[in-house]
Design a protein around this ligand. Structure first.
Ligand SMILES: Cc1ncc(COP(=O)(O)OP(=O)(O)O)c(N)n1
Ligand SMILES: Cc1nc(C(=O)O)sc1CCOP(=O)(O)O
Ligand SMILES: [Mg+2]
Length: 511
């Protein structure tokens, strides 16, 4: 994968924002930052003393040098000082998108006003931005001031934020991420909005956290866009890039210190590993959802705090599609088993789920039922396993009241934080590797992300699933995950009894 990211932006002599912040933030996320400098600002913690735009010839020479040798996966754009610069950059982006083997993604942080309040760009640039640049932009990340400057919409409430995002999208930006750091709505909170026309599935969401009280916030916009660019270059979906960027900024604001007499820079730290720094995915029915006028959800879909699992570590977790395999696994001593029947009739399901519950009791195992929560409640199953889409429809209140355990699937940081809102009994992370059991295209997490998920969700029993076989079980268990869920590693084994024994050994030797 290409981990080269360019930043086309201005230099901040004070070291807190612009190119200087961009490179440090990119470094924190393990990508290589290259630069094309558009302006030299004479700046310190008290303000901007001089703004010296670089000529288009000199900018172009930087771009040509990079293009010939170090093509970027993502190009992050910050301060563009005048119309000529906007036109030049737009022409080059158009050329890159049309001719490079892999068209680069473009993240644009429209730097117009420094945190000191100084204007950083000539006032006639808005129409050039709209006409030339926005059609080439994959993600734009304006703050409230910049959103107002570009759209003319004053952000008086959530519907105005949505309207402004739609306007930016109508001018060509594919995804719009409006940062609420200056918004203070609701009071004391920092709420950001994202509308993503390029992704499938849910394409509009809000993230929020309590505002971190510090005056030292110089460079937050540049750093946030740079983290998003870095994460996109590493193949993260935008939702996850956005979550990580917010967590990184929150962590940096808490660690920020003063270097001059004025506003200090947000601290450039490392991958955020403390859950307290992560934002909340705002759900309909939550307090923040109500503040943002979200439509009220079905009253049954909001419940949190499910019955705890018997053990924190669920060990080998067999996911099976028949009573035949369910009994074989239980008889072989597998304690956590899931009945996952995808094409059965109602009648078959009713019979199978009742029988699965009986078998669980017979062998002293914990049987989870996939999807069919009504039948699971009816027959007194130990637990139910639901996917993210199911959360919008299942009667979570009934599941909670029944005392059944609830396991939730997650695929990435966004879904993990969404599942956390429900305080489930366990949290599953997938797909760790490619699998042929189910189409998981675009949702393969890999071991590196699993290593991040597990400590963040350390309050829960954790499960890894997807493409895990005996050769991989050890490295998966070494991440600290408490359970390894498998389908084919048992059902397609030449000797399933040996496979279960070997998998258990590989998992348990890491405890
Ligand atoms: C332990 C475990 N983790 C994830 C899944 C996947 O569940 P879901 O997202 O509901 O998808 P389907 O299994 O229904 O295809 C699982 N079943 N078990
Ligand atoms: C059912 C399922 N759910 C996944 C997820 O990531 O949510 S991956 C998966 C398939 C697991 O099968 P195997 O062990 O054969 O790869
Ligand atoms: Mg399911």
């Amino acid at each position: 994968m290409n981990h080269v990211v360019w930043t086309i932006a201005g230099s901040d002599s004070g070291g807190g924002a612009g190119i200087q912040a961009d490179i440090k933030a990119m470094q924190s996320f393990g990508v290589h930052g290259c630069t094309a400098i558009t302006a030299l600002t004479a700046q310190n913690s008290l303000g901007v003393e001089a703004l010296n735009p670089i000529s288009t010839d000199v900018i172009e020479s930087q771009l040509l040098a990079l293009e010939s040798d170090m093509k970027a996966r993502v190009i992050k754009i910050g301060m563009l000082a005048n119309v000529q610069q906007i036109q030049l950059i737009s022409e080059h982006l158009k050329h890159y998108k049309a001719t490079w083997p892999v068209a680069p993604l473009v993240v644009y942080d429209p730097v117009a006003i420094a945190s000191s309040g100084d204007l950083l760009t000539e006032e006639d640039t808005v129409s050039a931005i709209k006409e030339c640049l926005l059609p080439l932009v994959d993600v734009i990340t304006p703050n409230t001031h910049e959103t107002q400057l570009l759209t003319g919409i004053y952000l008086i409430g959530p519907s105005a934020v949505i309207e402004a995002a739609q306007k930016l999208q109508s001018w060509g930006a594919k995804a719009v991420l409006i940062k609420g750091g200056h918004w203070d709505y609701p009071s004391g909170y920092c709420i950001d909005y994202c509308s993503d026309a390029s992704s499938y599935g849910s394409n509009e969401y809000w993230l929020g956290n309590e505002k971190i009280q510090t005056p030292h916030s110089h460079g937050t916009g540049c750093s946030m866009a740079s983290v998003i660019a870095a994460c996109l270059a590493k193949g993260y979906p935008l939702k996850d890039a956005f979550i990580l960027a917010k967590a990184y900024i929150n962590q940096g604001l808490k660690a920020a210190v003063r270097y001059g007499e004025g506003i200090g820079p947000v601290a450039q730290t490392s991958f955020p590993d403390n859950l307290d720094d992560y934002p909340q995915v705002i759900e309909a029915g939550s307090w923040l959802g109500d503040e943002l006028d979200f439509e009220q959800p079905n009253e049954f879909t909001m419940a949190a705090g499910f019955t705890e699992c018997e053990n924190k570590r669920l060990g080998l977790y067999a996911v099976v599609d028949s009573l035949y395999w369910l009994e074989k696994c239980l008889a072989q001593g597998v304690k956590t088993v899931q009945l996952r029947m995808k094409n059965a009739s109602e009648e078959e399901l009713e019979h199978a789920i009742a029988a699965a519950v009986t078998l669980g009791k017979k062998y002293d195992g914990n049987v989870y039922i996939n999807d069919h929560w009504q039948l699971a409640i009816k027959h007194g199953a130990y637990g139910v396993h639901l996917g993210q889409e199911d959360l919008l429809e299942a009667n979570l209140v009934a599941i909670k009241e029944s005392g059944m355990r609830l396991g939730i699937s997650t695929h990435g940081f966004y879904e993990m934080l969404r599942a956390h809102n429900y305080r489930p009994s366990y949290m599953a992370f997938g797909a760790i590797y490619p699998t042929t059991t189910k189409d998981m295209t675009g949702q393969i997490q890999g071991l590196e992300k699993l290593k991040r998920f597990v400590p963040l969700m350390s309050d829960y029993p954790t499960v890894a699933i997807g493409g895990i076989d005996l050769s991989r079980a050890g490295e998966v268990a070494a991440t600290g995950v408490g359970s390894v869920a498998v389908v084919r590693a048992i059902s397609e084994a030449s000797d399933y009894q040996q496979a279960i024994a070997d998998l258990q050994m590989a998992i348990n030797s890491n405890e």
